[in-house]
Design a protein. Structure first.
Length: 148
């Protein structure tokens, strides 16, 4: 990855809530609409605040471009959210963010687990990185990737 696209991570704070709300609307509204889930600001904020202590703002050269929310649970790493602003999608940044978590999980010799909405194109990336579907509820797919 070129220096100009070097990803930076920092803990999210309450000052980031406007950015995170706009990011969530921009990246998730289509998927939430498809499954008839709430998309109003209150619902978006509730999802943002879930496990907020693990939220990291992803930046390039100081410009906020996304969110990573991942954490270690007993026996696994869990990715709760990866979101990249639409104007930065398609550049391999999601793969780089995912690699960061998978490396940590492999260092801990633990699998990584996530949920992805049915129809979300990110599922192809997860499959390419070694995730396999282990559950399905008709709205979301539960996927797991063994440690490298």
């Amino acid at each position: 990855m070129a220096a100009e696209t070097q990803l930076e991570f920092r803990p999210a704070t309450s000052a980031d809530l406007p950015f995170l709300t706009a990011l969530r609307h921009a990246t998730m509204s289509e998927h939430l609409a498809r499954v008839n889930a709430a998309r109003d600001d209150a619902a978006q904020l509730a999802r943002i605040l879930f496990q907020f202590e693990h939220a990291q703002i992803v930046s390039i050269a100081g410009k906020q471009i996304g969110l990573l929310k991942a954490y270690r649970e007993p026996g696994q790493w869990y990715i709760a959210q990866i979101q990249i602003a639409p104007e930065f999608q398609g550049r391999g940044l999601g793969r780089s963010i995912l690699d960061k978590v998978l490396t940590q999980a492999s260092n801990d010799n633990l699998p990584t687990v996530l949920r992805v909405f049915d129809g979300n194109p990110a599922k192809k990336l997860y499959e390419a990185k070694g995730f396999k579907e282990i559950g399905q509820d008709g709205v979301e797919c539960l996927m797991s990737c063994p440690p490298a």
